[in-house]
Write a protein that binds this ligand. Structure first.
Ligand code: ADP
Length: 475
């Protein structure tokens, strides 16, 4: 069992103000208790923010080169602790261990390292006539993260914060705090100045408002559900602080009549089943021409049925459990909603083999005959559930794809890249993956509409962490 009963504040491990209120973390593969962390109070929040505030002047005055060396040292130590980080993620949220090692951890380490080359961003100036535009680190940042990609989400916020000279208070999801504890150990080992990185664990509904409303916080970067994002923005509004949000999604993939159907449908199914559908940008609505709809259903069924759902520590498993029993129930409820709405269950569903009954498992599920106004086609399920929707012509497909409160990601599979691009440019979503393209952390990640505000990763991600100062001279 993971032992820490403390928070990392001001470079020290401090006991929580209330040690009687704890968060119990269960392994979703078997329901066993694996960790117990303290549930922060407002007093703990105040202590963490005070530490970050105190550290800010000196940290923001470090040179780019000094911050670069710290980022590299942290990345090196993350590399040394790679297996611990991966084990923590598999144990707490259930993704297969090989996936944890490569996608959840190694990719995050590599992405964190990229920020070492971005430390000069805050020193870049722009000059026009008598005006010089400077950048200034925004200050104390609160970083609130979800449980689906717990390390990657932390890195996407921590990297730019460190590169620009901001200090942070980190609050991981209550279900997945362990990798953040390891990160705190890494910060301590590397000797990052006290107060630059502060960690508290707690429930969003208990301390979220206090964290976001706090007058000593300059910026909140939040990833999570749209409902929680609304609460974050409301709490932050009275102090006019910047809020960067990456929220829900119900992303659409359009396949055209002349696309390679086998490749397109397989890509779409794999995208949804990746991380058991617990990816905010998952392409959960697949739009297929009526003329090849039945063929596409057959391809999707066979792609889904190739998955091996099982113990995440078994190297043969391609899908583990969902992240928690609550999440499993939510997905099962949506599968029942789909059946009741009249969608056709092609494969998957709510039944489980006996050996999977002790964990939060859900089989890869495909729905066909989905109408785009059904709840399963409009609401974010956050599980391995794909909705296949037939369309008559391309314009109709684009309209249905855009008819969503969300606008996070999208995809197009057409005859070739130029044809796909033409459709991509008509989709109201922050990213579009064409012809099987994949995400690269140099690109800005974020959404239109209720999928969020602001962007993470790349240069655009750095902009969230700086204020601009324009200086005017007489000539
Ligand atoms: P989920 O429902 O999938 O757990 P949430 O959006 O509730 O997703 O949680 C994502 C993160 O947001 C977690 O760290 C959680 O503690 C936090 N959170 C939840 N509600 C709030 C809130 N009102 N204010 C701030 N953070 C919150």
């Amino acid at each position: 069992m993971y032992p820490k009963q403390q928070f990392y504040i001001n470079g020290q491990w401090l006991a929580a103000a209330n040690l009687n209120d704890t968060i119990q973390i269960k392994n979703p593969a078997n329901g066993k208790l694996i960790a117990c962390t303290p549930s922060a109070t407002e007093q703990d929040v105040d202590a963490a923010i005070a530490a970050a505030r105190k550290a800010f002047p000196a940290w923001s005055a470090t040179t780019a080169e000094q911050r670069k060396l710290f980022i590299i040292a942290i990345a090196d130590e993350m590399q040394n602790r790679r297996d611990d980080l991966a084990q923590a993620i598999t144990d707490t949220m259930g993704c297969p261990i090989e996936h944890s090692i490569q996608v959840q951890v190694q990719d995050s380490i590599d992405a964190f390292r990229e920020f070492a080359d971005m430390v000069g961003f805050v020193d870049e100036t722009e000059q026009q006539q008598n005006m010089t535009q400077y950048k200034v680190a925004i200050g104390v940042c609160v970083l609130i993260n979800p449980w689906n990609y717990p390390l990657s989400q932390l890195v996407g916020k921590l990297g730019p914060a460190m590169a620009t000279g901001c200090t942070v208070v980190v609050k991981p999801a209550e279900q997945t705090p362990v990798q953040d504890y390891i990160m705190a150990e890494i910060f301590a080992k590397v000797g990052v100045p006290a107060g630059v990185f502060n960690l508290i664990t707690g429930y969003g509904h208990k301390i979220g408002a206090h964290l976001c409303a706090h007058p000593e916080v300059d910026m909140v970067s939040f990833t999570g559900s749209t409902a929680a994002g609304v609460s974050v923005a409301k709490a932050a509004a009275p102090t006019i602080k910047r809020v960067c949000q990456e929220l829900g999604g119900k992303s659409a993939m359009i396949i055209t009549e002349d696309a390679d159907l086998q490749a397109a449908v397989t890509y779409g199914v794999e995208d949804v089943m990746f991380n058991c559908g617990q990816t905010c940008s998952a392409l959960t609505r697949m739009f297929v021409p009526s003329s090849c709809y039945q063929e596409a259903i057959g391809i999707a069924k066979s792609a889904a049925e190739q998955h091996i759902v099982g113990n995440p520590l078994d190297p043969n498993s391609t899908m583990g459990p969902l992240s928690s029993a609550e999440q499993q129930q939510r997905v099962i409820d949506y599968i029942n909603i789909g059946i009741n709405e009249g969608a056709k269950l092609v494969t998957g569903g709510t039944e489980l083999a006996d050996e999977l009954k002790s964990g939060a498992y859900v089989r890869p599920t495909i729905f066909a005959d989905v109408k785009h106004d059904m709840r399963i086609a409009q609401q974010e399920i956050f599980g391995p559930v794909l909705c296949m929707i037939a369309y008559a012509d391309e314009q109709q497909a684009i309209e249905m794809a855009n008819d969503s409160i969300y606008g996070l990601a999208s995809a197009v599979y057409a005859k070739d890249t130029p044809s796909a691009l033409k459709i991509a440019r008509q989709l109201r979503a922050g990213q579009c993956y064409i012809q099987g393209g994949y995400f690269n952390t140099l690109g800005p990640f974020g959404g239109f509409k209720q999928s969020g505000n602001g962007r993470e990763w790349g240069r655009e991600g750095l902009k969230e962490y700086v204020e601009l100062q324009a200086v005017f001279t007489p000539e």
